[in-house]
Structure formats: structure tokens, C-alpha cells
Design a protein around this ligand. Sequence first.
Ligand code: GLC
Length: 437
Amino acid sequence: MADELLQQCKAVLAKNDRGNWTVPAGDLYPHQWLWDSCFIAIGLRNYDVARAQTELRSLLRGQWSNGMLPDMIFTKHEDFSVDEILWDSYLSPYAPREVATSGITQPPMLAEAVWRVGENLDDAQRQTWFKEMLPPIIKFHQWLYNERDFDAEGLVTLIHPYESGLDNSPPWIDELKARRIPLWVRFGRWFGVDIIVNLIRRDTRHTRDKQRMSATEALSFFVAMRRLRRQAYDSRKVLRKPYLAIQDLVFNCILIRANSRMEEIAKATGQDLPKALVSQMKQSEQALEKLWDATTGQYFCHSFSRHQLIKEPSIATLMPLYAGCISKERAKHLVNLLKDKKQFATNWPIPSTPLDSRFFNPDKYWQGPTWINMNWLIIDGLERYGYKDEAEELRQKTVKLVSENGVHEYYNPLTGDGEGAKDFGWTAALTVDLLKS
Ligand code: GLC
């Protein structure tokens, strides 16, 4: 089984290979995405480390001069040019001129990916690799703190759901509902606006409607994007009067872990990180406590505008395991949530939203389905906290899920059925990684 699955995953990555980077899925996701490419490099390193390096280097094509790494670098092709036109990154003086990108970022998985790729290089190559990649990583993390945490609280604020990578997960939809959604959006169907949205949307053309966001949600996200565009994607201007802004739990946990990776990379090359950055990094670890809610025994996202926790449970609550900075007691508590049959212990774990959430829907994108990248991150977190058996069980179940149902974007956590895009990049790559580890 393992060998056949390995070949199947490699074939998906070869199919999605565009030379120097890999698209998440042919027609549905035809561009280069930030965290997708990081996960893809983590898989590729197991059998073609040079190509894994190229994948990550390609991401740097899109780095803005202020340090931001955009979530998308657009593929130049007339079939997909609408995305480039809609975002129009050239409005910002910081955007690169050679490639068109989006104007927002995505979870900072780069330091982890660079580290993992480095593990598969020999000593001399690793030194060169780390020395090459450290400066852009530092620049990116500095941008995150300076532009998205300028009150120096230690938590980075996201200004669009797409930045979280978990687009329609419950905390974001709850935040959306708390905002004043323009009437023409809310009653879009009456005005026929949803027909126009569906023309712009690529996802509903390639996957089943019931598995994706509603037209109102998609339209609201589009409106949120237009507001950012009007401010030329200037975070400070946007955060003065934000529309959708969250201190996102998954993102901040990934950042905390990425900070440790960045420190390790710096140490390996005998370099010091800038002092200001080091103190910002320390603050993040303490600030994670602000996202803990003792009453419910969960971690939550925090609403930037409402100044309160968004108490909608989601898979994010488990992510501090991956961050690695919480106490052993807290970690034990999270492992118990993972084992709870009313919450995360489904037949095919881990559901992106727990079973007892009012949002839970086994087919709907980030509101229930199992995603392989989330499993990979949590397996890593379990290992770090010494839960070897639990990590191994989850690893085996994850591999079995893909092996029995194909290389899909996400899976029904109750039946295991593959959903979303077929031949999905990070599912293939991380399955390779789980098979090799
Ligand atoms: C979807 C996912 C996002 C991913 C992108 C490309 O938008 O929610 O996390 O990066 O697809 O695969």
C-alpha cells in the first residue's frame, strides 16, 4: 500500500508542477500559494530536495519590498487573468513589478519549510541554504510585527479571512455576521448579484456548491478585499477602520513556531536576530495566554474590532500544540479534546470544526471536513509534547484516509469521502512526508 500511495502522490505533484513552483490544483487553484508551497516543499524534500528548494525560492519572487509575502503569486495566463485584475497589486508602491500578486498574506510556514528542507541537505549545502533564506524570513516576520502588531501586543492581526488559510471557519463567519454587511450583499440573491459572483468564483465551477462557501459569504469576502484595495493594501490605514480583522489563533500559533525555527536557522549559521524582533517574538508566546478561555477550556481567536474572544470552537483550539509554548497541563487538556467523541474524535479525524459546534457540516470546506495539513501540524505538536502513541495513531489514520479515498483537498470526517479539488498538492506532499517519517 505504502509504495503505491507514494507513487500516486508523486504523480499528483508532477502533474501540478509548473517548472519552478507547484499549483495546489490545476484548474481550481492555478496560481502559486504561500503556505501551499511550503507544505509542498516539505513533501518534495523527501525525494527531490533541489526541487523543494526551488519551490521555496519561487515564493520570494513575490515578496514585497516592505517584507510581506503575498498569499498568491498569479500565473500569467489569459484564462486566469481576472484574479490579477481584481487584486491589482500594482496599486501598492511596495508590490513587485515583475510579478502580479494578491495584497494580503497567509500563515508564515516558510521558516518551518526552510528548516525541514535543510534537514535533507548535507552540512555545507545546509549552511548555504540557511544563509540564503534567513534574510527574507526575517524581513517577513518584521513586517508581520511592525505592520500588523503596531500596538506591540504580541498578536498579529489579519485583515482578510483568506489570510488565515481557513477561509470560512466559524470564527471568521461569526465576525462577518457581527459586521454590518451591506444590504445589497445580504440580499444579493434578490438583486441577482449571486449570479455575478458565481461568474467570478472558480470554486463552484469545479466543486459541488454544498461543499463551498455561500454566495453571501463569498461576496462579503470580495467586498472586504475591495476595501483593502481602496487603501492600496496599506495595513496601517486598513486597521484604522477595519472591516474584518481578527487576531487569528492558527496564524499566531504558526508564527510562534516559525519564530523558533527562524532562531534555529540563525543559530545554525552563527547569526544574531535583530534585537527588536527578538523581544516581539517573546511577547507572542506570552500573548497566546490572552486567547485562552478558562470557562470553556478552549483557545479562541480574538476580534480586533469587538475587543473580545470569538467563542466559536474550531480546530484552531488544538493549534497551540504546534506552537509548542504552552504548559504540559494545557497540552494534556487539548489532547483530551482530541480524544473526545463529541468533539474531535470522528472516524476520520481531525474535523476542522468540532461535532458539537453549531457550524459543524461534514461537507462544508473549513466547517467540518478533515484537512491533511491540519493533521500534519497537530501530529507534529503531539510528538513535541511526548504523545508518541497518539501522534502515530493519527499519522496512520491520515495515511489510510488518503490511501482509501484518493488525493483530495479535504475529506468528510464521518465517512472519509474525498471532497473539494482532486489531485490536491499539499495532500499529496504531506502524505509523502508522513509516509517517510
Ligand atoms: C483555499 C484554502 C487555502 C489554500 C488555497 C489554495 O483557499 O482555504 O488555505 O491556500 O485554497 O490551496
